[in-house]
Ligand binder design. Structure first.
Ligand SMILES: [Zn+2]
Length: 66
């Protein structure tokens, strides 16, 4: 299921997590060289991605919203 990004927060380890409209969160790590998401480290980069949609794996598995 595609779910819109409504915000971002960081987890206890400092990794960025996208808040999705469905109520789930999804990690959007910048962890080079494997994960290249330099945009997530800047407020502007995150703001530009508000409203974009991510495939929510948790919805696909019908994971309850915590
Ligand atoms: Zn979801």
């Amino acid at each position: 299921m595609q779910s819109a990004v409504v915000g971002f927060h960081t987890d206890e380890e400092g990794h960025w997590v996208a808040d999705l409209a469905c109520g789930h969160g999804q990690h959007v790590r910048h962890d080079p060289p494997w994960m290249q998401r330099p945009w997530v480290l800047t407020a502007q980069g995150r703001a530009e991605r508000l409203g974009t949609k991510l495939e929510c794996k948790k919805c696909n598995k019908e994971t309850p919203v915590a």
